[in-house]
Write a protein that binds this ligand. Structure first.
Ligand code: ZN
Length: 97
């Protein structure tokens, strides 16, 4: 089955364009990072940033938005670390009793 010509042209257009722009809605800065949508979606949500999804499942972020999302990533990691520490401490406590 052959694709209609218009459709093929459209696909070609989306593939071109080496300079990625920020995926955040309303932002047209050049992206400095290409990030996995699965990993970063939640951080963008925390930062109240809406982003345009693409078929590569990538989030492209400009410097400002990357910094903004990265703040939430870091704070989340801190929580995990703290939690792990507390769990270890609790286990230790049980063993001591
Ligand atoms: Zn941006």
């Amino acid at each position: 089955m052959k694709l209609p010509k218009e459709l093929r042209d459209k696909n070609d257009l989306t593939r071109v364009g080496k300079v990625k722009t920020c995926s955040v809605k309303g932002c047209s800065e050049n992206a400095i990072r290409s990030l996995s949508e699965n990993t970063w979606k939640k951080y963008l949500e925390k930062a109240h940033l809406k982003f345009e999804e693409n078929r590569f499942h990538k989030i492209y972020l400009c410097k400002a938005h990357y910094n903004q999302s990265n703040k939430f990533r870091k704070s989340q990691e801190k929580i995990y670390r703290k939690k792990g520490f507390l769990e270890n401490a609790a286990k230790k406590g049980i063993r001591e009793y």
